[in-house]
Design a protein. Structure first.
Length: 421
């Protein structure tokens, strides 16, 4: 392992400590010592696995970085690399990495470590809106750094769900702080990094309803998104191809309904064999796909009903917004077809925010982790080097059951206690 890699990881750990210090959370000797010990463990573990690789890196990420090295760095943005299916804001990082004489795998995982810290900080800040306990805030910060799916996603797998989720959490935080302009900028950046930000979009109608944002602030979304993609256009990428990347990625002809995800479709299609696979013999894939999309819309409208009708005109409470955010982050991908193993990452994070803000919801963290880890396990046991050593492999639909229990609990809370929503 190169010294520069170790130094950069140490710098990220120092940045994490500085954030805690700035928040006055390491005032005494015991808090400082414990924080330093936990930071050493979190980033030492990230250094330990920084050389672990997988087929996603071999086939795609490494190929894309090499593309930029071969085409003059940022100038390579003008030509789409083989298999490239990420939006351009993430590709800016890969283009930047092409100038740095370090292994691209290390750079990608160092970027992940940095955004793990950013994510942990804003999750802590969001929980801080609901609790004032400094100890609880430190627990939240380190809970995110040590959360299994956070560690596996960025440190083991080398993926970037933490980037779009960090901006989504920032957006929620700034909305609750009554800073609507920043909230819209952040959700636009979240969407610019990953399409999966749309899972949280239904919440913004409720922010409008609750006067957390105003209509005029909505215009910041397209402006921010355009500014995020324009550098790629400047370097020669076609404007319409860049603007419509998510539209062009849609492939309704695919026969897949579920890709190692604990969604509803794990009951009819998945690995290991799903309990209702026989349905595939009687119902067509397009029919099931359309039914899933319809169910996702009906779920969103039902939550709107709970807010608009059951509350008799009252605006959602602070806790209610958290419950609704987690409900959307789980419910939308739960019903939609063609979901992948990492698509409940944002739900994992909002479960931490809700569970550590209101301790009666602590089981939400365990349920979302269990469900998400089933999907992670399928890939990392078979396509990572070294493979993830998981002794047990439950069928995917067990995760569907776990998320169903949590989703029913959240909706039941909104139904029985509309005033708290």
């Amino acid at each position: 392992m190169q010294f520069a890699t170790i130094f950069l990881m140490f710098t990220i750990a120092a940045f994490a400590f500085w954030l805690l210090w700035r928040q006055d959370l390491v005032r005494d000797t015991s808090a400082t010592a414990l924080s330093l010990l936990l930071l050493a463990g979190a980033f030492g573990a990230r250094l330990y696995v920084i050389g672990f690789y997988n087929t996603d890196y071999d086939w795609f990420l490494s190929t894309w970085v090499q593309h930029y090295r071969d085409h003059g760095g940022f100038a390579g943005l003008a030509v789409r690399a083989w298999g490239e299916n990420y939006n351009v804001p993430y590709l800016y990082f890969l283009a930047l990495f092409s100038y740095i004489p370090l292994p691209s795998l290390h750079l990608i995982k160092l970027l992940g470590a940095f955004f793990d810290v950013v994510l942990a900080f804003f999750v802590m800040q969001t929980v801080g809106l609901y609790v004032r306990c400094d100890t609880r805030k430190r627990i939240v910060f380190f809970a995110v750094l040590y959360l299994p799916t956070v560690f596996l996603n960025s440190a083991y797998w080398g993926q970037c769900e933490n980037i779009f989720t960090a901006f989504a959490v920032m957006s929620f935080y700034y909305a609750m702080r009554n800073r609507p302009g920043l909230s819209m900028v952040c959700i636009a950046l979240s969407f610019a990094f990953k399409l999966q930000a749309i899972f949280l979009f239904p919440l913004y109608l409720l922010f409008l309803y609750g006067k957390k944002i105003r209509f005029q602030h909505l215009f910041l979304f397209p402006i921010t998104y355009l500014l995020a993609i324009l550098p790629a256009v400047f370097f020669g990428r076609p404007f319409w191809d860049t603007l419509l990347i998510y539209v062009n990625q849609a492939n309704p002809a695919t026969r897949g309904l579920n890709y190692n995800s604990p969604s509803l479709f794990a009951l009819v299609q998945g690995w290991p064999r799903a309990p209702f696979t026989a349905l595939m013999d009687t119902l067509s894939v397009p029919f099931l796909r359309n039914m899933g999309i319809l169910l996702a819309f009906l779920f969103v409208f039902f939550l709107y009903y709970l807010v608009f009708r059951r509350q008799n005109g009252a605006r959602p409470s602070g806790e209610g917004y958290l419950i609704l955010a987690l409900s959307f982050a789980i419910g939308v991908p739960f019903f939609l077809p063609q979901m992948h193993d990492r698509y409940f990452y944002m739900a994992d994070i909002f479960a931490v925010i809700l569970g550590l803000s209101r301790l009666r919801y602590l089981p939400a963290i365990a349920l979302t982790q269990f469900a998400s880890l089933l999907g992670y396990g399928v890939f990392l046991r078979h396509f990572a080097t070294p493979p993830l050593p998981l002794p047990l492999a439950f069928p995917m639909f067990y995760g569907t059951i776990a998320l169903s229990i949590l989703l029913i609990t959240l909706v039941w809370h909104l139904w029985r206690r509309p005033g708290s929503a």
